[in-house]
Design a protein around this ligand. Structure first.
Ligand code: SF4
Length: 281
């Protein structure tokens, strides 16, 4: 199945962090070993999605805790690599305890017995005129009786320290743009729920916020297609390299880049590298 070239907030953030990281993940589609933090987030999201399948009165902490194991077994059935994160009973207990701790925090932040989501795990896609597709999966959409939309995103980590929240701010503005384009109405409120510390980050998106997101996406896409045409996606080192799953392929860490496949570049970006382009990082 071909996918229209485009950006989600995560992939835009990948590119902003390091163009070569973006290349390996989006163009080369290098398989990634499941990371504990990412998988913990996936598990917590899966439980919270299932929680809302229950009648409202039964959505309590015990019910959520009881969903951890079946949700994990379903995830492992779909992605057997995830099982390697918990190879013994000690790791399994710690992993499940961490998930249950996030869920306990969720109940401090919200009361799910008072909510009936309009949508859960909602895949949205639109396209910018003359620009890329924009897409994303929204954890939850709530709709008020007057039609106002509230967009909820669960984070299994802590709220970023002051000065480190740029990605979260961009994500909220990006989703405001995406929802406005797909639903025809700008959300009344964006909320990020940080389930490690119970912090909540909110934005009441304005016309300027949506315009900022669109400008950011257009600028990132312009840079991506420029790199694609040149066949070069340079590395950009930062403190985040320590969490990068591609160090073994990164020349900054002694790795060798895989050859660049022009067909893969074209599939991912809509742009074919110039034949004279040198396929380096
Ligand atoms: S290790 Fe750093 S420089 Fe290398 S690909 Fe990852 S983010 Fe980029």
């Amino acid at each position: 199945m071909s996918i229209t070239p485009g950006l989600s907030p995560s992939r835009a953030n990948d590119f902003a962090q390091c163009p070569y990281l973006y290349r390996l993940r989006v163009i080369d589609r290098v398989p990634e070993t499941p990371q504990r933090a990412t998988s913990l987030g996936t598990l917590v999201h899966a439980v919270l999605e299932r929680l809302f399948d229950m009648p409202a009165a039964r959505r309590n902490t015990d019910a959520a805790r009881g969903l951890v194991q079946p949700a994990w077994e379903d995830l492992v059935a779909r992605s057997p690599d995830m099982a390697e994160l918990v190879v013994d009973s000690v790791q399994r207990t710690q992993f499940f305890d961490d998930a249950r701790s996030r869920l306990d925090t969720y109940f401090i932040v919200e009361d799910p017995t008072r909510l009936e989501p309009y949508g859960r795990e909602v895949r949205l896609e639109s396209s910018l005129a003359g620009g890329p597709a924009i897409r994303g999966v929204i954890d939850r959409i709530d709709k008020a009786p007057d039609g106002a939309l509230r967009i909820i995103d669960y984070k299994s980590g802590k709220m970023p320290r002051p000065g480190y929240g740029a990605q979260a701010d961009f994500q909220m503005k990006f989703y405001a743009l995406l929802v406005e384009r797909t639903e025809g109405v700008r959300p009344a409120l964006m909320r990020l729920l940080y389930l490690r510390d119970g912090a909540v980050k909110e934005l009441v998106p304005t016309e300027a916020d949506v315009a900022t997101a669109e400008a950011h996406v257009r600028s990132a896409w312009s840079a991506i297609t420029t790199h694609a045409a040149a066949g070069t996606f340079p590395t950009s080192t930062s403190r985040l390299c320590g969490w990068c799953p591609f160090q073994s392929l990164c020349p900054e860490f002694g790795g060798t880049p895989p050859p660049l496949d022009p067909d893969a570049v074209e599939r991912a970006t809509g742009v074919r590298p110039h034949p004279s382009a040198v396929a380096l990082a």
